[in-house]
Ligand binder design. Structure first.
Ligand code: CMC
Length: 429
């Protein structure tokens, strides 16, 4: 019997089957061969929420959740956050290699020259209600770009795909900044091509009457690092949405919009909003123990804690804690950090959290920095979405080029009624 195989005996029939084991997996389709008779559909797996299902092969991001390891294309996140710019990391994620100086220069030039939004897109955004949630504006406006760039439908053409990738990475901060200005009732600011990616983002967010915006280098570097930390995270909820929606061969704007919609939920990228609301609700260090007690009694969740994959400290949270100190040196300390540190200290000593391996995740500290930078909490998931855009696009393209992938279409176990006779309305009780 070859070693890398799995032998299953079906006790319903007494028949034995042997299947190959590859990369620690068996092929779910092999199970279909296990039947009780010719009429039987064959065995399936039941895996709500994909708890134990690999839906793709990917060469982009590696996570070891038990050890707290995160690598993009083989490079540890700590090294990338230390040495690279966000656009350099976006290039790495998309093309598989770190760029040379010449490649980076061209890449930065191209992204910079795709930051402008069509005036009709600006008008589209102006139509939102004065207090529209910026994440809703982002989701809708990214989808609307599908109309601005009908060429994006040609998803089989590599050059067209690359053009849309550049447009999306270039324009997401512009849309994000416009949604922020809309929220504040300020006129929209056009991009400035002399500035770096994050400096320009800050320019579009915060420029008032000064002729030229000068970005604080600590804040722009902090944003750059935060974007790097969010750039990809393998098959998370929004990336799964990107792949699933993209698998129907819709264009990348609609698929990215769907991914951003998935990100907006409080269990995913919306968690950073929830963390801030929670820290404000706790109010002071003295109230932390009582709050933790409430969580242990099943009254809510500790937002920013726990992860489907990490069963150890999220490596991104460690880096964010360091960045927070640098940002506070410029903005002044956000007093919420003391509550967060106390919450972490108490939770990490408590058997409830220890036994369930619940550690702070990326969202636990990011919101505290964003708040110190004076972002309203509604903007937090939008900032996550800017960072995640290259990851979504890399995963989308990998999915399209993977010969094994087809339209995403899971099976179900049907629990509804079997065939019934129609009853006319006057006879229904
Ligand atoms: N606070 C209290 N208990 C928790 C928490 C939490 N934050 N997270 C999980 N648990 C408990 C959960 O109740 C369950 O307990 P029991 O075994 O007694 O039923 C156990 O831990 C396992 O949790 P789970 O819900 O089965 O885990 P999951 O993998 O389905 O959910 C999660 C992962 C991230 C959705 C969840 O931990 C959570 O809701 N966390 C809070 C929201 C959050 O911070 N989300 C951001 C995730 S990181 C950024 C991103 O990628 O989106």
């Amino acid at each position: 019997m070859p070693q890398d195989t799995l032998t299953i005996t079906d006790n319903r029939t007494g028949q034995t089957y042997t299947f190959p084991v590859e990369n620690g997996t068996i092929r779910a389709m092999d199970l279909r061969k296990i039947k009780t008779g010719p009429e039987d559909f064959g065995l399936m797996t039941y895996d709500p929420a994909f708890m134990n299902t690999a839906s793709c092969k990917s060469a982009i991001t590696y996570i070891d959740g038990d050890k707290g390891i995160l690598r993009y294309r083989g490079y540890p996140i700590e090294v990338l956050a230390e040495h690279c710019t966000y656009l350099e990391v976006a290039y790495l994620i998309l093309f598989g290699e770190l760029p040379t100086s010449a490649q980076l220069k061209d890449w930065v030039f191209d992204i910079t020259h795709h930051t402008m939004l069509h005036e009709t897109t600006k008008k589209f955004m102006e139509g939102f209600r004065y207090n529209a949630h910026p994440m809703v504006m982002l989701v809708s406006t990214v989808a609307a770009l599908s109309n601005v760039y009908p060429d994006s439908k040609k998803i089989d053409d590599p050059a067209t795909r690359l053009l849309q990738i550049k447009r999306l990475i270039g324009k997401t901060p512009s849309i994000a900044a416009m949604s922020y200005r809309h929220l504040g009732g300020f006129p929209y600011v056009y991009p400035d091509n002399d500035l770096t990616y994050t400096e320009n983002f800050m320019n579009m967010l915060w420029r008032m009457v000064e002729p030229k915006y000068v970005a604080n280098p600590v804040i722009s570097r902090a944003l750059d690092i935060l974007f790097i930390l969010h750039a990809d995270h393998e098959q998370n909820c929004s990336t799964n949405a990107m792949r699933a929606v993209g698998s129907s061969h819709t264009d990348p704007y609609l698929a990215t919009s769907a991914a951003a919609a998935a990100l907006s939920g409080p269990l995913h990228g919306g968690a950073n909003e929830e963390v801030l609301k929670m820290l404000h609700e706790i109010g002071s260090k003295e109230n932390v123990a009582a709050y933790v007690k409430k969580i242990k009694e099943g009254k809510g969740k500790l937002m920013g804690f726990g992860h489907r994959v990490y069963k150890n400290y999220d490596p991104r949270a460690k880096i964010i804690k360091r960045v927070a100190d640098e940002v506070f040196a410029v903005t002044g300390k956000n007093p919420l950090i003391d509550i967060a540190l106390e919450l972490e200290r108490i939770a990490l000593q408590d058997d409830y959290f220890v036994s369930r391996k619940l550690y702070p995740n990326v969202d636990f500290y990011s919101g505290i920095i964003y708040e110190a930078m004076k972002f309203p909490i509604d903007m937090f998931p939008v900032l996550f979405a800017i960072g995640r855009t290259p990851g979504w696009l890399a995963q989308w393209q990998e999915m399209l080029l993977d010969k094994e992938q087809r339209i995403a279409r899971p099976r179900q176990i049907f629990f509804g009624p079997s065939k019934r006779d129609y009853v006319p309305i006057e006879k229904r009780s």
